[in-house]
Ligand binder design. Structure first.
Ligand code: CAA
Length: 257
């Protein structure tokens, strides 16, 4: 239904979540975030779904947290509601999440895109953390994830000045995995999701976890984590199938076990 703040759809083994507050440039209010997180969890609970694509519309992926909703909040309200913590459920999703980003991806919108695993954008996409203009700082991980993605120089530039970065600069800086024409962004994200959908579901989940571990630990601990998760994969039928398919020059048919 078009009056829903998000629209969900399933195409083959891909779950699609489309933010749907076009009049507010998909500003992320509590209703949207709740619906988004629940939709992602519902897709994850469906064993047929292999990957999730999150997108907005041509003008805006999302122009940030809903400024009007939070403008009058007090410190106590923000602190006691732990306003930003609901995103922990989103980042706990084990399926790969691909963000198809057109238009504005500002503040919480940029932060949501950075919570995804793979970002696809077009040259006209505008990324930014303009919270400084509102008298605050990024609140959903922007100061941390942006810095890890693009380094201190550009992160400081964007967070302190509030300037935007277009899709080309974002791709050069390492924020965007694939830069494609603006009208190919969603289709490219779907192609990536469909490619992942042909793999083994448990192995895909482990692969995501292993890469994510690189952000949380030292190199030696991360390598050990990888080794400890690589070896058990040899208990899976999918490992036998994948390697047998290679040896016999055929396409692997994974059974997700
Ligand atoms: N929250 C609430 N409403 C928003 C919004 C937001 N983040 N961004 C846009 N809107 C609303 C506007 O208020 C406007 O609504 P009305 O028609 O009712 O006035 C509508 O969307 C269209 O916006 P504009 O008229 O401003 O469109 P524009 O094309 O002239 O400008 C824009 C586009 C440059 C993106 C501008 O809307 C803008 O600067 N938006 C705010 C961006 C921002 O500051 N984001 C950070 C939010 S704070 C945050 O995200 C904190 C955090 O880290 C958790």
């Amino acid at each position: 239904m078009s009056d829903h703040v998000i629209l969900t759809e399933t195409v083959d083994r891909v779950g699609i979540i489309r933010l749907n507050r076009p009049k507010a440039l998909n500003a992320l209010n509590v209703e949207v975030i709740t619906a988004l997180v629940e939709a992602a969890e519902t897709f994850q609970a469906d064993p047929n779904i292999m990957a999730i694509v999150v997108t907005g519309n041509e003008k805006a992926f999302a122009a940030g947290a809903d400024i009007k909703e939070m403008a009058d909040k007090s410190f106590v309200e923000m602190h006691m509601a732990d306003w930003s913590a609901r995103w922990d459920r989103f980042t706990a999703i084990r399926l790969p999440i691909i963000a198809a980003v057109n238009g504005y991806a500002l503040g919480g919108g940029c932060e949501l895109a950075m919570m995804a695993d793979i970002m696809v954008a077009g040259p006209k996409t505008q990324f930014g953390q303009p919270e400084i203009n509102l008298g605050v700082i990024p609140g959903w991980g922007g100061s941390q994830r942006l810095t890890r993605a693009v380094g201190k120089a550009k992160a400081m530039d964007m967070v302190l000045t509030g300037r935007m970065m277009d899709g080309e600069e974002a791709e050069r800086a390492g924020l965007v995995a694939r830069l494609v024409e603006d009208d190919k962004v969603f289709d490219t994200a779907m192609e990536i999701a469909q490619t992942i959908a042909a793999k083994s579901r448990p192995v895909v989940m482990v692969a995501k976890e292993a890469v994510d571990a690189a952000f949380e630990t030292t190199l030696s601990q991360g390598v050990l984590f990888e080794r400890r998760t690589f070896h058990p994969l040899f208990a899976l039928e999918d490992q036998k199938e994948g390697m047998d398919a290679f040896a016999n020059k055929r396409k692997a048919q994974f059974k997700d076990c």
